[in-house]
Design a protein around this ligand. Sequence first.
Ligand code: NAD
Ligand code: UDP
Length: 388
Amino acid sequence: MATAARVDLDGNPIKPITICMIGAGGFIGSHLCEKLMAETQHKVLAVDVYNDKIKHLLEPASLPWADRIQFHRLNIKNDSRLEGLIKMADLTINLAAICTPADYNTRPLDTIYSNFIDALPVVKYCSENNKRLIHFSTCEVYGKTVGSFLPKDHPLRQDPMYYVLKEDTSPCIFGPIEKQRWSYACAKQLIERLVYAEGAENDLEFTIVRPFNWIGPRMDFIPGIDGPSEGVPRVLACFSNNLLRHEPLKLVDGGQSQRTFVYIKDAIEAVLLMIENPARANGQIFNVGNPNNEVTVRQLAEMMTQVYSKVSGEPSLEVPTIDISSKEFYGEGYDDSDKRIPDMTIINRQLGIALFPLSFWFLFGVKIILTGFGCGSARLEPQDITLG
Ligand code: NAD
Ligand code: UDP
């Protein structure tokens, strides 16, 4: 439980604040609410259209933090109560978004509206009312790496200058407009530019967060179980779904894309530091990821197959993975980020966040996802699992 003795990174006592958290009912929001309730004295005005992922924090009324969290069911597209909630709070955190890649090329209008247009009033109300804003962007604003344009066997592809993604120097490289995959990245980039400009011209106190593939329990949905049967969630949930249904895991365009994954609870530590150290976090754009935890999607599939077999006691399928074209899997207009390695210099300098320890939490996260998605109470220790 929280005590009055909590101090910030400069040794000053932390005063409890009120946070308006928009998108609090989603994956990241639910973990952030949990952390704020369990370890701090801050109050949360939790805004979302859904609350099933935070129900355990809202009921029963006897919970020790019951007077510190309020749920407001509202759609920020069209609800006049939003400005009042932002005014009541010291800090607004905006997590609301359409952020599953399967939507970017099939629902580009909804994607652009959700990530840009709907976020506009939040930025405006914060700026006009002199309220601090933590805005959630994405690592996808970097798009493709510079190195991806070099020939496959070019030696410079191995040079970090050509692939490490750095907040203040890397360009944002998206594909052509007909590749509607980039509608999300482009909308996120424009809202980042708007937030940054509000800071520069109107002194908005802001922090922009670029998550690099945070994973853990409550991420997305299992199609037909707790989400639409035709829906396509992010890769962890897709692969979990395939495993639970005893289907081969589908590797889009051969599963050659690379990602660095971070366990949600590690990432949330970083967000709490941003919340409680405004002088260090304001005016900053932060990558939050683990540069040392890279796998190809194919390796991820192999690892999850191995984990599932251990957790369930069932042998792996004879053909555990199949290749599928992106056109068949996602439809027209899909494109991909080739590689995402975050540079962590800025967050390390401002908030003292060391590189997250190797792949322990990644493996642990995979375990939790699988157990969370119905593999029962089978116990599997992280050291039982080996990568690759
Ligand atoms: P999520 O989909 O689980 O959560 C988003 C929440 O916002 C949902 O609960 C949704 O109901 C709510 N929401 C959306 N539109 C709304 C509206 N109009 N009014 C009210 N509520 C609305 O997604 P997440 O993984 O928790 O991501 C949160 C943020 O972080 C997003 O902005 C996303 O782009 C960004 N992000 C996340 C990751 C990651 O690794 N999870 C990676 C990159 C970026
Ligand atoms: N992917 C895949 N099979 C699936 C789902 C996703 O091969 O069933 C790939 C996808 O093409 C991408 C990577 O996995 O290269 C990560 O996809 P995700 O949806 O998690 O989001 P992203 O990291 O691209 O934002």
